[in-house]
Design a protein around this ligand. Structure first.
Ligand SMILES: [Zn+2]
Length: 235
């Protein structure tokens, strides 16, 4: 029987600007949530067609294949790629998905005035998604994921061990063949970053290969003590 307060609901909403952003920031964590029985919903606010690659239109098909590997649904909205703004239209789109999913977990872009060189669409999306997620009652956990290009202003305070789901993350990102020429999409770059975050999280106990994704924790409403075994929060 489900609890009236919804605390047993298991729904993740990942709100990102472009197809591939969710997989890059938190593909392993999304796969882990799916494995734990969560419904996982990805929203990309734009179709990513403004990308400087040869066949950007392939991205919609690639996004569907990628989401299927993670076990997520994906919705691609039609906000203008390159011109997502902190404006009414963006609030309305994200609000409609928060209402549709009633997520217990929300994941989005990391936002900070200190962040250098991050895409303007990421900053606008992360700001609006975080503001709205804090305003509605359902999310127990709100996380902001690392920017796709490593920025000096990104300071994570929570690491998720995705060692068991790294294969899925790599397979999901490999679906984006149209974006494959970008350095941050390459497998060795993805592995190196996830290894680096594992080092920061100090999950290497005996020298084994471990992989983490890094987040800024925005909100954590409740946590069971046993969950702390797997989630490390740096303060
Ligand atoms: Zn992006």
């Amino acid at each position: 029987m489900s609890r009236a307060d919804g605390l047993d609901a298991r729904r993740v909403l990942a709100v990102f600007a472009h197809p591939d952003d969710a997989e890059l920031a938190c593909g392993g964590t999304l796969a882990a949530f799916r494995h734990a029985g969560y419904d996982v919903h990805i929203v990309a606010l734009t179709d990513g067609f403004n990308s400087s690659v040869a066949r950007p239109q392939d991205r919609v098909r690639e996004a569907a294949a990628s989401a299927a590997i993670i076990g997520a649904t994906i919705t691609i909205e039609s906000l203008p790629d390159g011109d997502v703004r902190v404006a009414r239209e963006t609030y309305a789109k994200i609000e409609s998905h928060l209402r549709r999913v009633a997520p217990t977990v929300v994941m989005t872009h990391y936002t900070s005035p200190q962040l250098q060189d991050d895409h303007q669409d990421h900053q606008a999306t992360g700001l609006v998604a975080t503001t709205l997620a804090k305003r509605v009652p359902s999310p127990r956990l709100i996380l902001q994921g690392e920017p796709p290009v490593l920025n000096s202003g990104f300071i994570p305070n929570l690491y998720v061990n995705v060692t068991d789901f790294m294969d899925k993350k790599l397979a999901a990102i490999a679906q984006y063949q149209s974006e494959a020429s970008k350095p941050y999409m390459r497998e060795e770059a993805l592995l190196a970053r996830a290894r680096w975050w594992a080092r920061q999280a100090r999950v290497h106990e005996q020298g084994e290969d471990e992989f983490c994704e890094a987040f800024q924790l925005v909100k954590c409403r409740s946590i069971n003590p046993h969950q702390l075994i797997d989630i490390r929060i740096d303060t």
